[in-house]
Write a protein of this length. Sequence first.
Length: 134
Amino acid sequence: MIIRSIVGIALLVGAASICSSAFAEDALAPPAETAAVSSTPSPVAPPAGDMPDAPTVEDQSQSADDIRITQTIRKALMADDSISFGAKNTAVITAGGRVTLRGRVNESERSAIVRHAETAAPGQVEDLLETERS
């Protein structure tokens, strides 16, 4: 009786495992229909992904000076009520005293973000922000 119960449980667990892996494969499969590609130009700058040598958040330095610069910029962005929450999430990457800004922001917010970065690291800011028309 106990052996039958153990075998039954093992069969249920095995069946559940097979079903869940089949479901996961279906979820990862590409959609059967693909959307048509628009021929109209995009209103934003080329994505930073087109710049393979551009710093990413993984390039953030762990030196005390670089962390201080990043914190100063991040605090200034969070305190600025003139920019949207999305703009406050701009990637701020500091390495060797050099600050790189990445993300998608409105044209009207770009100058404020760059100004905050320049205040913390004068002359050391690389602006790779993508702008959307506001």
